[in-house]
Write a protein that binds this ligand. Structure first.
Ligand code: PEP
Length: 254
């Protein structure tokens, strides 16, 4: 069985005091063996604070990076290798808030994905359809397109270091998650798309679900055969709730 992965995406929330309190609460709440790999993605400016205090069992991630691999005159940008230098092991790419608010398209997301791999860091590739795309019957084609545009850009072996996050746009921050059946169907579809290129990679790659995951609904997702964890936004801002989601893995994947 693939080991579960739970990712906290703090988005643009938090202050230095919050980081210190959060790490203290998280460390204090961990007990026994942790049933999943854990990644915390704070706003970039707080990565130093986070990594200084984070228990060794938990890794830090960035929420985005530049598509440019080499240093250069790119004001405001941060490269994947700079994140690696800060102790980051992961970078989220293609989050829907960037695809839609900042108009990041598939080719930019693919370039970021490749830049993350080139820096020796691990990409978390977010994919997901809007409510309109789902209502018009295009959810599958949109999501497959988002995946294929990345797979067309990299050597398929690169996927061994990556994670795919299916995050329906309408479920993010809305309080309305996908149904477990819809999530399983989409995860299965994504795994089949990977299988067409590499049966081995299809077995290995973790596909996690994101979109209003809470302690109350987490078990329903973690029981699914093709759901390997969660990307958690709002609920990850509370260390206690995040831990409840983490320990829900232990009760669902037996
Ligand atoms: C996210 O930020 O990727 C996310 C899934 O947010 P939320 O859990 O708040 O829906």
């Amino acid at each position: 069985m693939r080991r579960a992965l739970i990712v906290a995406n703090w988005k643009m929330y938090g202050r230095r005091e919050f980081v210190a309190d959060y790490v203290r609460d998280l460390s204090g709440g961990l007990s026994g063996s942790i049933p999943a790999d854990l990644v915390i993605c704070p706003p970039a400016v707080y990565l130093g604070d986070l990594t200084r205090h984070l228990p060794a069992a938990i890794e830090a991630g960035a929420q985005d990076c530049s598509p440019d691999r080499d240093d250069g005159a790119y004001t405001g940008e941060i490269s994947a290798s700079m994140f690696a230098d800060m102790g980051c092991r992961w970078v989220i790419v293609g989050h829907s808030e960037r695809r839609h608010r900042l108009h990041e398209d598939n080719s930019l997301v693919a370039a970021k994905f490749a830049a993350v791999l080139a820096a020796g860091v691990r990409p978390i590739l977010c994919l997901g359809e809007t409510a309109e795309e789902r209502a018009s019957g295009h959810a599958e084609s949109v999501v497959l397109n988002q995946l294929e545009s990345v797979l067309d850009t990299i050597e398929i072996g690169g996927l061994a270091r990556a994670v795919i996050a299916y995050e329906p746009v309408w479920a993010i921050g809305s309080g309305t998650s996908a149904t477990p059946a819809d999530a399983q169907a989409m995860h299965e579809l994504l795994r089949h798309a990977v299988e067409r290129r590499s049966p081995r990679m299809a077995k290995e790659v973790r596909i996690i679900y994101g979109g209003s995951v809470k302690p109350q609904n987490a078990v329903g997702f973690f029981r699914l055969s093709d759901v390997d964890g969660a990307l958690v936004g709002g609920a990850s801002l509370n260390a206690g709730m995040f831990l409840e989601i983490v320990y829900a893995v232990g009760t669902s994947r037996v």
